[in-house]
Ligand binder design. Structure first.
Ligand code: G3H
Length: 247
């Protein structure tokens, strides 16, 4: 088991979120891409405006690193037209993986037809262009019942509309990593959340993201059955692998 091949190394802050200048943010992004190339992670996950830069660096380095980006991030409440436009732009720039934020607020408000339509359309565009598609449910914004229902809804849209051979390319993903909970409660890939997702999304794969910080956290997620881990601590996790191989 090569843990690095589970890791979507992630840097999704804007310059203002990071509290630095635009130029300095580009330096952070470049360093993250270089590190991901060097470390042979599965993928570098960056904001859409940096996809072309990542592709150029990867080409120059003759690396197999994949590039992922986020669509309608982090709130997921744009209309379908905006989501599709962002997805097409990311595809044009060469992104390999498209991590869409579900319109989870609409789902919570009972607008099931809207969310079904965006899942169908977004997945269609991704798969037609040979991309991997992930649907972020923003688990911390949902009740347990809603986590179960939304995971199952995504699964049902996919199995009713796509071929079995496509299932492995459509993930259900836990979190943006940007959701602020009241009282600072855990906002990401907790064990109970991931178990509910795995049980209800299968046969679709699950990506654990949000708060996965250590080698132990990552191994726990892999043992549960996730196929990818999105994390801003990929190097720490990979370094943990040097000392103990728990598999
Ligand atoms: O998609 C991945 C998340 O943004 C990563 O969250 P994290 O910063 O808690 O590792």
């Amino acid at each position: 088991m090569n843990i690095k091949q589970y890791l979507d190394s992630t840097y999704l802050k804007t310059a203002s979120q990071a509290g630095i200048s635009e130029e300095d943010n580009i330096v952070v992004v470049k360093n993250a891409i270089s590190e991901a190339i060097r470390e042979k992670f599965k993928l570098i996950m960056i904001r859409p405006e940096y996809v072309s830069l990542a592709k150029e660096m990867i080409l120059k380095a003759n690396s197999n690193l994949l590039v992922g980006t986020v669509i309608d991030f982090p709130q997921g409440n744009s209309n379908l037209e905006t989501k599709i436009k962002e997805a097409n732009e990311a595809i044009k720039n060469g992104a390999d993986d498209l991590d869409f934020v579900c319109n989870y607020e609409a789902f919570k408000n009972g607008n099931v037809s809207l969310i079904k339509e965006e899942i169908l359309m977004g997945t269609q565009i991704g798969l037609a262009n040979n991309k991997t598609v992930k649907w972020i449910i923003e688990a911390a914004a949902l009740t347990d019942k809603e986590i179960i229902q939304l995971s199952a809804l995504i699964k049902n849209v996919i199995i009713s509309n796509f071929k079995e051979e496509d299932y492995a390319s459509v993930f259900v993903k836990s979190s943006t990593g940007f959701y602020i909970t009241e009282n600072n409660l855990p906002n990401g890939a907790t064990v109970p959340t991931i178990i509910m997702m795995l049980e209800n999304a299968s046969p679709l794969p699950v990506k654990a993201a949000g708060g996965v910080r250590s080698y132990e956290d990552a191994i726990q997620m892999i043992r549960l059955g996730v196929k990818r881990i999105g994390t801003s601590a990929a190097k720490t996790i990979a370094d943990g692998n040097n000392t103990t191989n728990q598999y």
